[in-house]
Design a protein around this ligand. Structure first.
Ligand code: ZN
Length: 248
């Protein structure tokens, strides 16, 4: 079965001609992500904030196995109704890859139950992403670390629930560290947060970063998608022998 991926992007910085993102990602930062996933043989569609229902109609959600999410300046413009539907789909088994500033999206905060707050700095500094769980499927094909010569800094504390699996830890030139590759299970769904990807840097043109996103999509792809029902099991599997009454 081919994994069906929806690459969701806010797609606002890139349309601002005065912003570096418009030069680095002239067709949107979703473009290098989507084309890499297509090259790996996945079925990829793109959805963006300014489309009706943010491009996430019931039909699109019903045909998405894994969604990637990048947002930053317009988190508040994402409709609560869409967030609710995407959350439900995750709980039913859809995989979700939250990228960079998606840590403050309504969707991520709702799924985590925390603020997603963190420290940050824009100072063109080096980031070294250390692979701390090399046997994890998301780390497949990587070396000991990935170096990005210039990135925005995100520092601890990152207000998230303790990850179920921690795959990467970032070090920054200024001294901070950050849990930069985190896995959680929510309902039947798998969620991966991946830190790098500030819009002013060519991070999504980096082959190791793209490899991580591809690995994460494969890891998060569901085996089955199903809602968890509420069931009153009136007939038990085994006979329940009535307890002797206290009077006997
Ligand atoms: Zn950023």
């Amino acid at each position: 079965m081919t994994i069906r991926v929806t690459v969701w992007n806010e797609f606002r910085h890139e349309k601002d001609a005065s912003h570096a993102a418009s030069t680095i990602y002239p067709n949107g930062l979703h473009e290098p992500i989507a084309s890499h996933l297509r090259q790996q043989g996945l079925e990829v569609r793109i959805a963006t904030l300014d489309e009706p229902e943010h491009g996430l109609t019931d039909e699109v959600l019903a045909n998405t196995d894994v969604m990637t999410w990048w947002g930053h300046m317009a988190h508040a413009e994402v409709s609560d109704a869409v967030v609710e539907k995407v959350q439900q789909r995750v709980l039913e088994g859809m995989g979700l890859i939250v990228l960079h500033s998606g840590h403050h999206s309504k969707l991520f905060k709702r799924l985590m139950g925390t603020t997603g707050n963190l420290k940050w700095r824009e100072a063109d500094e080096r980031e070294r992403i250390w692979i701390v769980e090399p046997g994890h499927p998301i780390a497949e094909g990587l070396g000991e670390y990935i170096t990005l010569e210039a990135e925005e800094m995100y520092g601890e504390r990152f207000d998230i629930p303790a990850p179920d699996e921690l795959v990467f830890v970032s070090w920054f030139q200024g001294g901070e560290i950050f849990r930069s590759g985190c896995c959680w299970y929510r309902g039947r769904g798998r969620i991966f947060y991946f830190r790098p990807g500030h819009e002013s840097y060519p991070t999504y043109h980096n082959q190791d970063v793209l490899k991580v996103i591809y690995n994460a999509v494969r890891w998060a792809a569901p085996h089955t998608i199903a809602a968890t029902p509420v069931v009153n099991v009136k007939v038990p599997l085994e006979t329940i022998t009535p307890k002797e009454s206290a009077a006997d």
